[in-house]
Design a protein around this ligand. Structure first.
Ligand code: GDP
Length: 444
C-alpha cells in the first residue's frame, strides 16, 4: 500500500538529503515535486495546498539542528505535517457505553461493509474479549443476510437468526433485544448499501439510527475509489453524523489519496483500515505509522504488534500442553484466575472457549463466580511455593494458616482445593480428547 506515492517521495528526498546545503531554490523545487506527487496520488487539491503551505512555513521557521542535514530536516517537517494531515493520534473504536453497545455499519454496496463487520467483530472478540452479535439488516440483496451468517460461522461470531419477511427496523429491534437477553457486549448492525447514495437508502439508515441509537456509526469506504470515497464519506456524514471511517482495500491502493484526504476533508477520523480479504486483515489507523510507511521509514511498530500476538498464542499453547499432561498446579490456577478477571470474568471467558458449557456448570457448582475470583487468588497467594506445586501436603494446620493469611475460612480453602482437583482431572481428560478444549485454548 502507498507504494507509488512512497516511491515518488523517496526519490525527492534522496535528492534533498544527499546534499550538505540547500538553497531556497532547492527547497522550492522539492516542494513543487511533492505537490505533484500528492496530486498524482489523488489527494484532494485543497488538502495538498494547505499541506505545502504548512511545510513551507515550518521550513522557514525551523531552527537548524547541527547534527542533521537541511535535507533531513525537510524530511522531518514533511513527516510531521503528514502525521497532522492524517489526524495525529489513532482513534480506536469506542465501546464506552452500556452493553450491548450498538455499532452501525453504513456505506455503499461493494465497499466491503459485510466483510468489515465480521473483521471488527472478530477483532473485538479476540483482542478485547467482547461477546459480539452480528445482524444483517440488508433486505435488499437476497444473499446479504446469508453472507453475514456464513462469515460469522467461519469466524466463530454469533449472528442473529434470519427471519424472512422482516424489514430492517424490525431486524434491528430484534437484534438489540437478542443481544440484551443473550448478554452480548456489542451488536454490529450491517446495513444495506446501494450502488450510489439515494434518498431511500438515507431514510432507511436514518430510521435504523433512531431505533438503535448506535454508539458508533462507521462509514465503510473503498480506498481504491480515491476522491469518490472521500465524497461518499462527506455525504454520509452530512446526513448521519458518522463517528468514524473504515477505509477498505488499502492493501491494493498504491496511491493513498483517500487515506490522505479523508481526515482533512471530512473532519472525521479513519479508525480502521482493511488490508486484505481475510478476516484478520484489519488494522488500526495510526497516523504516525502510516506517515512512516508512506515516507519509507518502515512500520516497525506494526511488526512488534504482530509479534506480540504470536507470543500470546505460543504461551496459551504451552499452557494447554502442560495441562494436558496433568501438570496443572495451583500456580497455573492462579494464572488462569487472573486471566479470567482480565477477560471480563467468567462470562467473558466461557463465551470464548469452545466446548466449555459443561465445565462452566461444574465451576458454578463448585462455587466459583466472578465475585470470589479475588478471594481465590488471595488464598493461593497465602500458600508457600511448595504448597502451590504439591497441594496434597495441605493438611489441617496448613489450611488454617492459609485461611488466616487470606482472611478466609478453612472451608473456602477446601473448596478451592476441590475445584483445583476437579479442573486438573478434567483438563487431563479433555487433553486426551482431540479437538476438545485444549484445541480451543491453543488457538486463543
Ligand atoms: P459490501 O457489499 O459492502 O458488504 O461488501 P463486501 O463485504 O461483500 O465486500 C466486497 C468484496 O470486497 C469482497 O470480495 C471482499 O472480500 C472484498 N474486500 C473487503 N474488504 C477488503 C480489503 O480490505 N481488501 C481487499 N483486498 N478486499 C476487500
Amino acid at each position: 500500500m502507498f507504494e507509488s506515492l512512497s516511491d515518488r517521495l523517496s526519490g525527492i528526498f534522496d535528492k534533498l538529503t544527499g546534499r550538505g546545503a540547500l538553497s531556497e531554490a532547492d527547497v522550492d523545487a522539492a516542494m513543487r515535486e511533492i505537490r505533484r506527487a500528492l496530486l498524482e496520488a489523488d489527494v484532494a487539491l485543497p488538502v495538498v495546498r494547505q499541506f505545502i503551505e504548512e511545510v513551507r512555513r515550518e521550513a522557514v521557521g525551523a531552527t537548524v539542528v547541527k547534527s542533521v542535514t537541511p535535507g533531513q530536516m525537510v524530511v522531518k517537517i514533511v513527516h510531521d505535517e503528514l502525521v497532522k494531515m492524517l489526524g495525529e493520534t489513532a482513534e480506536p473504536i469506542s465501546l464506552a457505553a452500556a452493553a450491548p453497545v450498538p455499532i452501525m455499519m453504513v456505506g455503499l454496496q461493494g465497499s466491503g461493509k459485510t466483510t468489515t463487520s465480521a473483521k471488527i467483530a472478530r477483532r473485538l472478540q479476540n483482542r478485547e474479549k467482547k461477546r459480539v452479535l452480528m445482524a444483517s439488516l440488508d433486505t435488499q440483496r437476497p444473499a446479504a443476510q446469508e453472507q453475514l451468517r456464513v462469515l460469522g460461522e467461519e469466524n466463530g461470531i454469533e449472528t442473529l437468526k434470519i427471519v424472512p419477511g422482516q424489514n430492517p427496523r424490525q431486524i434491528a429491534e430484534r437484534a438489540m433485544t437478542a443481544a440484551r437477553l443473550g448478554g452480548f457486549d456489542v451488536v454490529i448492525l450491517d446495513t444495506a448499501g446501494r450502488l450510489s447514495i439515494d434518498e431511500a437508502l438515507m431514510t432507511e439508515i436514518a430510521d435504523i439510527k433512531k431505533t438503535t441509537n448506535p454508539h458508533e456509526i462507521l462509514l465503510v469506504a473503498d480506498s481504491l475509489t480515491g476522491q469518490d470515497a472521500v465524497a461518499t464519506a462527506k455525504a454520509f456524514d452530512e446526513r448521519m453524523n458518522v463517528t468514524g471511517i473504515v477505509l477498505t482495500r488499502v492493501d491494493g491502493d498504491g496511491r493513498g489519496g483517500a487515506a490522505l484526504s479523508m481526515r482533512a476533508t471530512t473532519g472525521k477520523p479513519i479508525k480502521l483500515i482493511g488490508v486484505g480479504e481475510k478476516a484478520d486483515a484489519l488494522e488500526e489507523f495510526h497516523p504516525r505509522r502510516i506517515a512512516d510507511r508512506i515516507l519509507g521509514m518502515g512500520d516497525i511498530v506494526s511488526l512488534v504488534e504482530k509479534a506480540a500476538e504470536h507470543v500470546d498464542a505460543e504461551k496459551a499453547a504451552a499452557m494447554a500442553q502442560k495441562m494436558a499432561k496433568g501438570g496443572f498446579d495451583l500456580n497455573d490456577l492462579k494464572d488462569q484466575l487472573a486471566q479470567m478477571e482480565k477477560m471480563g470474568g467468567l462470562g467473558g471467558l466461557m463465551g470464548m472457549m469452545p466446548g466449555i458449557g459443561k465445565m462452566k456448570k461444574e465451576m458454578a457448582a463448585a462455587g466459583l463466580d466472578d465475585g470470589i475470583i479475588k478471594k481465590q487468588v488471595a488464598i493461593i497467594n497465602s500458600m508457600t511455593k511448595t504448597e502451590r506445586k504439591k497441594p496434597d501436603i495441605l493438611k489441617a494446620s496448613r489450611k488454617k494458616r492459609i485461611a488466616a493469611g487470606s482472611g478466609t475460612e478453612v472451608a473456602e480453602v477446601n473448596k478451592l482445593l476441590k475445584m483445583h482437583r476437579q479442573m486438573a482431572d478434567m483438563m487431563k481428560m479433555m487433553g486426551r480428547k482431540k479437538g476438545g478444549m485444549m484445541a480451543g485454548l491453543g488457538s486463543m
